[in-house]
Design a protein around this ligand. Structure first.
Ligand SMILES: [Zn+2]
Length: 255
């Protein structure tokens, strides 16, 4: 699943693929892709920057054109060299950018559009995003203020709320609460301000490591029924928040 760390890794992968290259041909094989008519506008373009905002990816192709995408649960961007085996069949790809020698490919997205960069500033999906967890200590501090200002939410629910803090998904929600030793079911109002800052700092650190290594902690997520690696109690799981996203926690050592 694409959380902020994965999206940033994809952005870096795309930037590396583009280095010194431009789009020779652009195709949208999957008929579900809304940018299919007009995809040829990408041809002849070089990439200025691959930007991430939370789980959103924005490819900047100059003053007049940007591609805005969200990968949802299953989407992903890949770069393939000649003869390299693709993850899925070509006909299911949302986007194939042939850069001459390397192809940048997107599978399984939920949203993609071509816009003028000025329109990004008016996009409500981007405008309501909170500070990006991967945007440095000042952003993490602003996110802590946002969480404290939502005292009625449970911690696990608040960490997933992209208006309060952008980029954290279901895996890092559980992993950061576990590492911080905090019960994800506690209301924010019952936590100290320091606890809130700490769990966000932990999430930021875990995700920065994810960007560098591609690995996630794997200490609590999807370990339901197994003994906790810290205290030995059985790990529990239950749906949390308005979308009932599964939270994993240890009732023995998360308070
Ligand atoms: Zn435990």
């Amino acid at each position: 699943m694409a959380e902020g760390d994965t999206v940033m890794r994809m952005a870096r992968r795309i930037e590396r693929a583009f280095e010194g290259r431009e789009v020779v041909s652009a195709e949208a094989p999957n008929p579900r892709n809304p940018i299919r008519p007009g995809v040829d506008r990408l041809e002849g373009r070089g990439l200025e920057q691959a930007e991430t905002r939370g789980k959103h990816l924005i490819l900047h192709f100059g003053e007049d054109l940007a591609l805005h995408a969200h990968m949802g649960m299953n989407g992903g961007w890949y770069a393939y060299g000649p003869g390299q085996r693709w993850k899925r069949p070509r006909r299911s790809a949302w986007l194939v950018l042939d850069l001459g020698g390397v192809e940048v490919v997107e599978f399984g997205g939920t949203m993609m559009r071509l816009v003028r960069p000025v329109e990004l500033g008016r996009d409500p999906r981007l405008a309501r995003l909170g500070p990006d967890i991967l945007d440095g200590p000042a952003a993490v501090e602003r996110a802590a203020e946002n969480l404290v200002a939502a005292p009625s939410l449970e911690l696990g629910e608040a960490l997933l709320n992209q208006r309060l803090v952008a980029g954290i998904g279901n895996i890092f929600k559980s992993e950061s609460c576990f590492e911080a030793g905090l019960d994800p079911w506690r209301q924010i109002s019952a936590l100290d301000r320091d606890d809130v800052s700490q769990v966000l700092e932990v999430a930021a650190r875990q995700m920065e490591r994810g960007v560098e290594t591609g690995r996630r902690p794997g200490r609590i997520y999807r370990r339901v029924g197994q003994p906790c690696i810290r205290c030995g109690q059985r790990v529990l799981s239950r749906g949390q928040g308005p979308e009932s996203r599964t939270t994993y926690w240890c009732p023995g050592c998360q308070r």
